[in-house]
Design a protein around this ligand. Structure first.
Ligand code: SF4
Ligand code: SF3
Length: 551
């Protein structure tokens, strides 16, 4: 009999051998962490089944909604490496599940007969339960792949819902999508066809989650506007804030006023620079460094403190010197770092980070100059008449959506080379940390319109959809697929998965995704996605320029 692997995870693009991490994660995740995550997600599916049922009776629990999104978010790639923290999440899941069962009993609602609902366990049971809770528990590879695709989409949507909730923007519908999807993937009798529908249903929920977060971010901080961002350094000590949560950025900027400590953005926090609201802080410095995977080298030169508001945090090397100056918030945690808990109102007290930063040397510049961004939907739609005119005069031939993630794979060089090889009458629309592969190239502009238009974070892919819709109206065509617009998307983690599902739900055809296809796409799943959406992967720069641009 085949022996069971130590762990099994294939949720990200860097999964071992392109098939699955079985001994330890390429990301650094250990089997004892992976097993805990499996148990957490299993218990959370029980919570989702119960809360979905209670919702039908008008009695769903907001606490359960929060438990569900936080559990999904904390199991996203590069968010939580702490077993102690995960044990807390597991205990919370079982506790919430018990509360929902009690609520059902109180209301006379029969509790569904599902093992995810029935299971009573604690964090210490994770290993014994792996056969039941793990990804491989679903024996059919196609169903397993589709179930996980839906779950990964749910993780991305949950992350966006959490950022919105931190700004007090919540929508019961978004929680309902996520919980229904978790309920569906728990069914043992579900068919492949039903799973495909579930996957697209998650895509629909993803559009709503991204729209909600867009309302939260722009409602609170204004519409992103064209902004030049300094990529050098100043003379004060600094705090580098990473991740996606703008509420955390606001609190950090407020609490550092007059302290002599500057605040820099990192990776996916760069778009924080584009919001008008944050421009009033004189100590809000520029953006330091590049995409997440370069942090182990780049952070050594920053000298100050680091605040992680979401993924992507990278476990230290033996030689790493800054771990003790890393502070994690929310669902992020890693041994050796400090975790700052939010109070009951969701506020964080950064005084310890600020005091520590004051004792640090100022950052050493690793780059100089400026980058330009802030091309979210409001700003681009303002520019629409000019853009339409440029297209009509043949100055812009094609828009290439190059949203998504960056990662360590050397093949990702492709994206730099692809951007360089694009004919000069093509414009890149980007969002997410994929942009770091080409946002510092001298690609120039077309009559004042930069050839790289950065809408913001991966969730701002929603902006790209809004822009595409506006262009569709401006050109009077029937569908986004009729526009001079192509999609060449880079993926790494599960936020890119929800972006992809959202695009598929919106009917976008011919999406290229890379640098490799997901391990959870079995040949049969890929065949269906090709038939329905003509989805493809990258080949060589020359071939893809021919395929996407020249025909
Ligand atoms: Fe492997 Fe990616 Fe899972 Fe980490 S998140 S264990 S690298 S598949
Ligand atoms: Fe980046 Fe981790 Fe995906 Fe938000 S921060 S896009 S990889």
């Amino acid at each position: 009999m085949e022996t069971r692997p130590e762990m099994f995870c294939y949720q990200c693009q860097e999964t071992a051998k392109g098939t699955g991490c079985t001994l330890r994660g390429v990301c650094g995740k250990l089997p004892e962490t992976s097993g805990r995550m499996d148990l957490l997600l299993y218990a959370t599916r029980g919570v989702a089944i119960l809360n979905d049922l209670l919702r039908e009776h008008g009695a769903s629990s907001r606490e359960a909604d929060h438990q569900v999104i936080d559990a999904l978010f904390t199991t996203i790639t590069n968010a939580n490496f702490s077993n102690d923290s995960l044990d807390g999440f597991i205990r919370r899941a079982f506790q919430v599940k018990d509360e929902l069962k009690a609520k059902c009993a109180e209301l006379g609602i029969a509790v569904p007969d599902a093992p995810e609902v029935a299971l009573e366990a604690g964090p210490e049971d994770y290993k014994a339960l792996e056969e039941v809770t793990g990804v491989l528990a679903e024996p059919d590879p196609d169903k397993r792949g589709l179930k996980q695709l839906a779950i990964y989409g749910a993780k991305g949507a949950a992350a966006y819902a959490r950022h919105a909730a931190n700004l007090k923007y919540e929508d019961d519908e978004v929680y309902a999508y996520i919980e229904k999807v978790l309920k569906e993937v728990s069914r043992t009798d579900i068919t492949v066809d039903e799973l495909l529908k579930t996957v697209l249903y998650m895509g629909e929920g993803g559009v709503k989650a991204m729209a909600l977060l867009d309302s939260a971010n722009t409602g609170r901080y204004g519409n992103p506007e064209i902004t030049k961002v300094d990529i050098g350094t100043r003379i004060n000590p600094g705090i580098l804030i990473s991740g996606h949560d703008l509420h955390d950025l606001e609190e950090l900027l407020e609490q550092t006023i007059g302290t002599g400590v500057d605040v820099y953005t990192h990776s996916e926090m760069l778009p924080g620079q584009y919001y008008p609201y944050f421009k009033k802080y004189p100590h809000f410095a520029g953006n330091y460094g590049n995409a997440w995977w370069k942090q182990l080298d780049e952070f050594e030169k920053f000298n100050g403190c680091f605040v992680f508001t979401s993924n992507c945090i990278v476990p230290p090397r033996k030689t790493t010197t800054y771990t003790d100056r890393v502070y994690t918030l929310g669902v992020v945690d890693m041994p050796g770092t400090h975790h700052i808990e939010a109070d009951a109102e969701g506020h964080h007290d950064f005084s310890e980070v600020i005091e520590r930063a004051k004792t640090c040397a100022p950052p050493v510049a690793i780059e100089h100059g400026e980058i330009v961004g802030g091309f979210a939907h409001h700003q681009v739609i303002e520019l629409a008449p000019k853009i339409v005119d440029l297209v009509k005069r043949g100055k812009i031939r094609k828009f290439v959506v190059m949203a998504g993630c960056d990662g360590r794979f050397p093949q990702r060089d492709y994206y730099t080379k692809f951007a360089e090889a694009l004919p000069e009458d093509c414009v890149i629309l980007t969002a997410g940390c994929a942009k770091y592969r080409y946002n510092k190239l001298p690609l120039g502009d077309i009559e004042g319109v930069p050839r790289v238009l950065d809408a913001g974070q991966c969730n701002d892919s929603y902006s790209l959809v809004r822009i595409a819709m506006a262009l569709k109206d401006a050109f009077g065509v029937e569908s986004i697929n009729d526009l001079p617009l192509v999609f060449n998307i880079a993926w790494y983690e599960q936020k890119a998965v929800i972006v992809l599902l959202a695009l598929l739900y919106l009917g976008v055809q011919n999406i290229h995704t890379g640098p490799t296809l997901p391990a959870f796409f079995t040949p049969d799943i890929l065949k269906v996605l090709q038939e329905k959406f003509n989805i493809g992967t990258i080949s060589t720069v020359e071939n893809d320029i021919d395929l996407l641009i020249n025909n």
